[in-house]
Design a protein around this ligand. Structure first.
Ligand code: ADP
Ligand code: MG
Length: 455
């Protein structure tokens, strides 16, 4: 284990802490070339198998200097979660369908064909895991592989385009393939509402309720849309309770915490918080690169490294947008048969990039420069001459010219009615500094970066 700790690249040291927890109470047995690692639960088993096993084997082979070493992970016998083996003789179906484990033990033939409404393209295998979604992903795989309602409901939240629909759908798809007898239903909150409205209109509420009470795993996407819809909230409350009481798994996604959904009844807020809540955060640069590489491989696209970096740098948060940008560039490359450079990328993506106009906005440049030097825009326009105000004024003049392409007299007017020769002097001051002091370049870059980030 120590060896593993040492061996893991620095970059993953935070990841490793999680790994060490996983080994709590674990023990290794075996000899020669075959070993078994006993762990405390099937969740831990799954985590290790999916994410770390190959690496552990590599380390063991290195440490023991034997390339044929094999390792399997098993759950300690006493900790084993109840097995759900199919039994030859089944008790009547109506009893069985009462609980999740009952359904799990039914043979697939006992199930009629069931429409899940899941999109098959969202799976765990094409979901990239990074710091931003590590926890949500671990919980999701645990639930998918072992739907024993330990985490019920499972509530995932995060911003637009960060992969909530993908993750909750992946749970459903994985469950479907592992436990074909489960009745899984994916539905958006909007569809739930529409179905309910139709049912009310045609006096079919009983059928509507019946249908939902039959489900084993209910996945409701974008639950924040319950906000302000009282009748739907009430109906959902009953559906939730009926399923929950029968031990059925409920999976919800939202763009915020349960407590933050405006005008959501307290009783629902509280129920949504009963199980496990996991958030998905904005992906970091490395995760965006990993996602891009993964998607390029899937789509058979090859973008140059620098363009991939450019994309990851430019598209700040939304993974859907990142993906869209990549596809657009790839399509252009294929159609035109020309290499994609950063220049081409800039042109093709001009609609999602911060526009020059945004960046060149004088007020925003002033605000950013002022913030950077710890003064205010008003200070910059004033006649005051403290050291930081003077530097900020020179920098503001330089940047308004550089990004905003304004003339010296125009800049003079913007900066509190100064003479154009004063502005020339300011710009010259920064240009000279650029030659003599490397610090100046990095200051300019930082301010520009902040301006871009604000867009
Ligand atoms: P949300 O529901 O949060 O708005 P989606 O699940 O629709 O976001 O994700 C938007 C797009 O980004 C989808 O095409 C999805 O496949 C992709 N995506 C999001 N997160 C990831 C990820 N971690 N790995 C791979 N693709 C992702
Ligand atoms: Mg979504």
């Amino acid at each position: 284990l120590n060896r593993f700790r040492e061996f893991g690249p620095e970059a993953r040291s935070r990841d490793l802490e999680g790994v060490l927890d996983l080994f709590e109470g674990a023990s290794l047995s075996g000899s020669g070339e075959s070993y078994i690692l006993f762990v405390g639960s099937s969740f831990v088993q799954r985590m290790i198998e999916e994410r770390y096993l190959s690496e552990i084997i590599l380390v063991m082979r290195e440490v023991l200097d034997n390339d044929r070493i094999e390792l399997t992970v098993e759950v300690l016998p006493q900790a084993k979660t109840p097995q759900r083996k199919k039994k030859a003789k089944e008790s009547p179906q109506q009893d069985k369908s009462k609980s999740l484990s009952g359904v799990l033990s039914m043979s697939p033939e006992q199930q009629s064909t069931w429409e899940t409404h899941l999109s098959p393209r969202y799976t765990f295998s094409n979901y990239v895991v990074g710091m931003c979604n590590q926890f949500a992903h671990a919980a999701a795989t645990a639930i998918a592989n072992n739907p024993s309602n330990t985490y019920n409901p499972f509530y995932v939240f995060g911003g637009v385009g960060l992969g909530k629909t993908h993750l909750v759908s992946a749970i459903g798809n994985q469950m479907k393939s592992r436990f074909p007898s489960l009745k899984i239903l994916y539905i958006t909150t909007e569809s739930f509402l529409n179905e309910m409205v139709t049912a009310i209109k045609f006096s079919k509420m009983n059928e509507f309720r019946e249908r939902y009470r039959k489900i084993d795993v209910l996945i409701v996407d974008d639950i924040q849309f319950l906000s302000g819809k009282e009748r739907t909230q009430e109906e959902f409350f009953y559906t939730f309770n009926a399923l929950f009481e029968n031990g059925k798994q409920i999976i919800l996604s939202s763009d915020c915490m349960p407590s933050e959904i405006a005008t959501l009844e307290d009783r629902l807020k509280s129920r949504f918080s009963w199980g496990l809540i996991a958030d998905i955060q904005i992906p970091d640069f490395e995760t965006k690169i990993a996602i891009l590489r993964d998607k390029m491989a899937q789509e058979g696209l090859a973008l140059p490294e620098e363009v991939v970096f450019f994309l990851a740098n430019t598209v700040k948060t939304n993974i859907r947008e990142l993906e869209g940008a990549m596809i657009r560039l790839g399509a252009w490359g294929n159609l035109m048969g020309r290499p994609i450079t950063i220049e081409v990328a800039r042109k093709l993506l001009s609609d999602i990039l911060p526009t020059t106009k945004d960046l060149a906005d004088v007020e925003r440049i002033l605000a950013e420069v002022a913030g950077y030097y710890g003064v205010t825009s008003k200070d910059i326009r004033s006649r005051k001459r403290t050291r930081s105000m003077v530097v900020a004024r020179h920098m503001a003049a330089y940047l308004i010219r550089d990004i905003g392409h304004k003339s010296y007299p125009e800049i003079g007017r913007e900066l509190g009615g100064r003479d154009h020769s004063t502005i020339i002097h300011s710009c010259k001051y920064i240009e000279d500094a650029l030659e003599s002091d490397p610090q100046t370049m990095s200051e300019i870059e930082q301010i520009k970066k902040r301006l871009e980030n604000r867009s």
